[in-house]
Design a protein around this ligand. Structure first.
Ligand SMILES: Nc1ncnc2c1ncn2[C@@H]1O[C@H](COP(=O)(O)OP(=O)(O)OP(=O)(O)O)[C@@H](O)[C@H]1O
Ligand SMILES: [Mg+2]
Length: 221
């Protein structure tokens, strides 16, 4: 059992708190925010309210995401790990079930900044455009399925003097993507759409944000 009492998260998203593992500092432990599952369930349309609590649990979604065909049997030297934290499953903690994965750190040993942070400081500069192109090619080659790719769900680590991106949240889950999982043609199309949307969101992120993301999203490319 991982004891997280007296420990503070190093970062938090809308749904989960992220801790550094107290005994293994190279690991990240994610815990659902207290009361969040009930809150999400309450906000969902009535027919989704019929689903079990597990459907609203991001840790459960992550288990499914890592169980997708492209990742299920990937060996330790597989290229799938070039842009993804390694996965160590759900482990019991003092704060409830924890999703344990590799903590992506920068050269100073601190958790790597998000792409959202990077864009605020550097904008869409040439090094990060290169990193985004390599990340997109990796999606195409490995066929890793993701949900919409958001800048706060990518972190940036410098490797051999150039930035590289890691997707730390938002792997696709099998139950939502049955066609993409089954058929080559659907998975290619699905991945190209995720890449286009990722760029659209990034261009919005570095814009003056005079449009809301919802408005920008509706506009044609
Ligand atoms: N493996 C990791 N390595 C380094 N930093 C991480 C890692 N996982 C998460 N983080 C940091 O913690 C933050 C929150 O994590 P995460 O996105 O998994 O939480 P979430 O609540 O599920 O997110 P969302 O708000 O997108 O639903 C990230 O934005 C990132 O800064
Ligand atoms: Mg997130």
């Amino acid at each position: 059992m991982i004891d997280l009492r007296d420990h503070k998260p190093f970062a938090s998203g809308g749904n989960r708190h992220c801790y550094r593992h107290p005994l293994e500092p190279e690991l990240c432990v994610k815990i659902m925010r207290r009361g969040r599952i009930a809150e999400l369930r309450g906000r969902a349309p009535w027919y989704k309210g019929l689903l079990s609590d597990r459907r609203f649990d991001d840790n459960e979604r992550e288990v499914e995401g890592y169980a997708q065909p492209a990742l299920r049997n990937a060996g330790t030297s597989s290229p799938v790990w070039q842009h993804l934290p390694r996965w160590y499953g759900i482990q019991e903690t003092s704060e409830g079930p924890g999703a344990v994965s590799q903590l992506i750190v920068d050269s100073d040993g601190q958790p790597a900044p998000t792409l959202e942070d990077y864009l605020k400081i550097h904008g869409l500069d040439a090094p990060i455009q290169g990193a985004l192109a390599r990340f997109s090619d990796w999606l195409r080659e490995t066929r890793v399925l993701t949900k919409n790719i958001l800048p706060h769900n990518l972190v940036v680590r410098s490797e051999d003097g150039q930035p590289e991106l890691y997707l730390i949240d938002g792997l696709g889950s099998a139950s939502f993507l049955p066609l993409a999982e089954l058929f080559d043609h659907f998975s290619r199309r699905y991945i190209e759409r995720r890449i286009l949307r990722m760029w659209k969101r990034i261009h919005w992120e570095v814009s003056d944000k005079s449009l809301t993301w919802k408005e920008a999203e509706r506009r044609r490319q």
